[in-house]
Write a protein that binds this ligand. Structure first.
Ligand code: GLN
Length: 199
């Protein structure tokens, strides 16, 4: 299995390290030609406006959209989630493939960063039955949230007040937070094992 990690900016190294530790080939992606033989793509955290600007400049927008639309698993964490969204309420270059409305920097300046244990029932599906209901420790850094989801989008996790912070639309996965900054590999395994399959 060969997984690409968009490496224009942001915390791509952390995704590469976790994926390598899980025994898959993980490669940094900066050019359209590198997308061709990938099985899946991860878009890391960082700054979504920078991703948009650089991806447009390097001709990556169309080929990544095509990957999303042809059913290849694509996962965006934080800025990556913003980049996947159809609507962020302001003009900026987006892939625009996931039917979610996202609010950037949604938690405001006071609480720019925080950590929260989340209940994520879907994670019970990943192999390694030893950790069925353990909460996922989620790290939020100037994080976005999902304001609304379209039909066909499944909500995977919310905060206690109902704020949506993880969702999946078929082959597309989005998290407001950064599983790549923790030692818990369940989200990465969920992406590798489940996303892109119909289950
Ligand atoms: N605030 C950033 C943005 O709007 C996202 C922050 C992150 O990826 N940690 O793009």
């Amino acid at each position: 299995m060969k997984i690409g990690i968009l490496a224009l900016q942001g915390d791509f190294i952390e995704h590469v390290q976790i994926l390598k530790s899980l025994g898959v080939e993980a490669v940094e992606i900066r050019k359209p030609a590198q997308l061709k033989d990938l099985d899946a793509l991860v878009i890391p955290g960082g700054e979504s406006t920078t991703f948009g600007k650089l991806a447009a400049e390097f001709g990556l927008l169309e080929p990544i959209r095509e990957m999303c639309e042809t059913g290849k698993p694509v996962w965006g964490t934080c800025a990556g989630m913003i980049f996947l969204a159809k609507d962020v309420g302001r003009p900026q270059p987006l892939l625009g493939v996931m039917d979610v409305r996202v609010k950037r920097n949604a938690f405001g300046r006071q609480t720019e960063s925080f950590e929260q244990d989340l209940d994520v029932p879907e994670l019970a599906k990943v192999e390694n039955g030893s950790e069925p209901d353990r909460p996922f420790h989620a790290i939020f850094i100037r994080a976005p949230w999902i304001e609304s989801v379209g039909r066909g989008v499944k909500v995977l996790a919310t905060l206690e007040d109902g704020t949506i912070v993880a969702a999946r639309q078929g082959n597309l996965l989005a998290t407001s937070f950064h599983p790549e900054l923790t030692k818990d590999t369940r989200f990465h395994r969920y992406f590798l094992e489940r996303v892109g399959k119909t289950a």
